[in-house]
Design a protein around this ligand. Structure first.
Ligand SMILES: [Zn+2]
Length: 351
């Protein structure tokens, strides 16, 4: 296929949105399309609310308009739901959070839909949802959402989505391992700039890698690292001194020696399996997120990873806390659904 034939309206939008191409002349040069054809593509995108034309600078003749992606030309709805709590948001087409609300997860998807409606989202172009556990497309949830918002709906697991969010704010990094330490332990793998889900959606399930003194796990096997370093294990190790993970984290922040020691040791145990993942994937950065990922747990992870992973993989490796915290899941959901609804083929189909 020639370059010109490939340059549909969707491709023109991609050039404006991702490559920051600003003028019709530049678009014509890059695509090989004639000025009238480029003009029609741009007009279609402006009419669809996806591109705006700003006054350009005159250089003697007729001023050339500056083309920009219209981030406020629509919205996407996102929800990041953990095992116990979560957040909902409305984002613009640039992925910026416009409005955000906490939500209780037992409440069901209908509650989320009602909250989104109450947030007055404007023209919705897509919905992205992160759920805990292995990645799966939940037909019931997709149908319930589409009955109210008839747009593309995408679901992925919370850890994959958080990895996408962290990758978006570190876009100079192509290889990133995101590790969530919370009730469960899991990882999201960004390799070569893309999220890797594996053949059956099971990539990054590091919580179920066996360790020497691991116990019987809820997944049915014996020895998973989650049984010694997951949230339930840590609460048990503290003998009921913390009722939940936020309380445990607060104890450690207040300097409670027992809580600090429990989190540091959990970090070492998680670090043992992360070290193996680092050897396999050679990421540039390991990002720690989740309720338990304070400085104590991260110190433990660093200790194990730098001790146990191969020198070649760790020489320039960074092990850092999440830059986004609670927002990693929401921004990752926005990235997931925007990559889908703004993809050239999706734009061409919608125009
Ligand atoms: Zn397990």
């Amino acid at each position: 296929m020639s370059r010109a034939a490939a340059a549909t309206s969707g491709e023109v939008l991609r050039l404006i949105r991702e490559e920051s191409v600003r003028t019709r002349a530049e678009l014509a040069r890059l695509t090989g399309l004639s000025r009238p054809v480029i003009g029609q593509r741009v007009t279609d995108l402006i009419e669809a609310g996806l591109v705006v034309e700003l006054p350009g600078v005159s250089s003697g003749g007729r001023p050339a308009g500056r083309l920009e992606f219209h981030g406020s030309g629509g919205t996407v709805l996102v929800a990041s739901l953990g095992h116990t709590h979560g957040h909902l948001a409305v984002c613009d087409l640039s992925g910026t959070i416009l409005r955000k609300e906490p939500v209780h997860v037992g409440a069901g998807i209908e509650t989320a839909i009602d909250l989104w409606k109450a947030m007055d989202p404007g023209p919705v172009r897509g919905v992205g949802i992160a759920l805990p556990g292995p990645a799966h497309e939940d037909e019931r949830i997709v149908k319930a959402v589409r009955d109210v918002f008839p747009v593309p709906v995408h679901i992925d697991n919370d850890v994959n989505v958080m990895a996408l969010g962290e990758h978006r704010v570190r876009n100079d990094v192509a290889d990133l391992l995101f590790v969530k330490a919370s009730t469960g332990i899991g990882a999201g793998v960004i390799s070569g700039g893309r999220l890797q889900r594996g053949a059956y959606g099971g990539a990054g399930e590091i919580g179920h890698i066996p360790v020497p003194d691991g116990l019987l796990c809820g997944c049915g096997t014996v020895g998973c690292v989650e049984t010694v370093a997951g949230g339930a294990a840590l609460l048990a190790q503290l003998g009921g001194r913390a009722r939940d993970l936020p309380e445990l984290a607060a104890l450690a922040r207040a300097g409670d020696l027992e809580a600090v020691a429990v989190l540091r040791e959990a970090g070492r145990r998680i670090g043992d399996v992360v070290a193996a993942a680092v050897n396999i994937l050679n990421p540039a950065i390991v990002v720690l997120g989740g309720d338990l990922s304070g400085k104590n747990l991260i110190a433990g992870v660093r200790e194990s990873v730098y001790q146990r992973a191969a020198a070649m993989a760790t020489r320039r490796l960074r092990v850092e806390p999440s830059m986004l915290g609670d927002d990693a899941g929401l921004l990752g959901c926005a990235t997931m659904i925007l990559d889908h609804v703004l993809a050239p083929a999706a734009i061409d189909a919608s125009l």
